[in-house]
Design a protein around this ligand. Structure first.
Ligand SMILES: [Zn+2]
Length: 397
């Protein structure tokens, strides 16, 4: 095997960088050296328009620099992970579905006006893939596939050190490969998409549909019992809510952090209350509730997780056949379900994938945890800077 061109071996000598992880509802920024965070500032943002959020991001960057006691002059660049679609060569963000009001935002140039250092913008899933490739589970491999299974399903592919962008920067949308050609319509326009069957949102939707259909009595009982004994539930974000599941976009954290997650749930409830989207007063389960119920042996919950797992397995088979990867790295909160998700998925891979590429593919969990977006964003500077590739603003300082 060819040597990986990542930089993991000697991270102590890497220059300092700033990473920005810009999500649909939250913002995180950090000063990093390789995979190591020197400081971190995070906040929930709701869904702000670009002109409202940019000053907040700039302030957060200044705060994280101050906390690390580092001046902007000591920084080799700023890497930004943003939801796609975007063009990493120009740093223009088009209209991400979860960021209303963002239409052709020249994110890189707006940052370059404020900070006179090289600025790189990349799709968030590609950024995570790069982080794992350089500093996590992808080290030492040449053909690296990353798939994140969270509220949605996204992915990235690195082949021989290059991020696969595709013609429009949309490559590796693993969530929107067809798993069931007779399946339901997905938001993307396709039917039977992996994301529509196996994402955290899909698992929750499926469970609530079963409950609505009157077939989820046991699951509902389990959820009510959880609420009655909520003080004994370690992971408060697993508690069912009275939120409508259509609007329930609370991200599954990876790895789950009870304190942070429950704060986040409360924050999201506040945001949804402000937006007037609080639905009728009925019990709604989320993917974590389903996971706990499945763990406890509630049959309908087990069946829902099994269904998601088998869909995931078919998705993995497709990826193995398409890319013949050295490694498929699985990240995102849903993968925290562990064996009850992974065992059926790997069983499907064993049964269906062609032997040679199946035996070549290591299927592993991501290593960088919930900081993967930040580490990957910082890694953009090492990646593009080192290779002298297009895609960055060189700054004017
Ligand atoms: Zn789709």
């Amino acid at each position: 095997m060819q040597q990986n061109t990542g930089l993991a071996d000697d991270t102590a000598n890497l220059p300092l960088v700033v990473g920005v992880d810009l999500g649909g509802t939250q913002l995180r920024t950090a000063v990093l050296r390789g995979p190591t965070l020197l400081s971190r500032v995070g906040m929930l943002t709701g869904h702000p328009a670009p002109e409202r959020i940019l000053p907040v991001i700039f302030k957060a960057i200044e705060q994280t620099l101050a906390e690390a006691n580092v001046s902007i002059d000591a920084i080799a660049g700023i890497g930004i992970a943003a939801p796609g679609p975007l063009d990493h060569r120009t740093g223009i963000v088009y209209d991400p579905p979860n960021m209303p009001g963002w239409n052709r935002v020249p994110l890189r140039d707006l940052f370059a006006e404020r900070f006179h250092v090289p600025i790189y913008v990349e799709n968030d899933a590609n950024t995570c893939c790069l982080g794992e490739y350089m500093f996590g589970a992808g080290r030492g491999y040449n053909t690296v596939v990353y798939m994140t299974i969270s509220t949605g399903i996204g992915g990235g592919v690195i082949i021989n050190g290059d991020i696969m962008e595709g013609a429009s920067g949309i490559a590796a949308e693993f969530g929107h490969m067809t798993i069931d050609r007779h399946g339901e319509r997905c938001n993307c326009g396709n039917t039977g998409c992996l994301e529509h069957i196996a994402s955290g949102t899909a698992i929750a939707r499926h469970a609530n549909e079963v409950i609505h259909a009157g077939e989820g009595a046991e699951l509902l009982n389990f959820a009510r019992t959880m609420l009655q004994h909520s003080d004994t539930v370690t992971n408060q974000s697993a508690l069912p809510t009275t939120l409508g599941y259509e609007g329930d976009t609370v991200e599954l954290l990876f790895p789950p952090s009870a304190a942070h997650a429950s704060e986040q749930v409360q924050e999201m409830q506040k945001i949804q209350a402000e937006q007037g989207t609080l639905p009728e007063d009925e019990l709604v389960v989320n993917a974590r509730t389903v996971a706990l119920a499945a763990e406890a042996g509630v049959p309908v919950a087990r069946a829902i997780v099994q269904d998601a797992a088998e869909a995931l397995g078919i998705g993995l088979v497709n990826i193995i056949h398409l890319f013949n990867p050295d490694v498929i790295i699985l990240g995102g909160g849903v993968t925290q379900m562990g064996p009850m998700l992974m065992e059926p998925a790997l069983h499907v891979v064993q049964e269906r994938a062609m032997r040679v590429p199946r035996e070549a593919a290591h299927i592993v969990l991501a290593q960088l945890g919930h900081n993967v977006g930040l580490v990957g964003a910082g890694a953009l500077i090492y990646h593009y800077g080192k290779r002298g590739k297009h895609g960055g603003s060189e700054g004017t300082a």
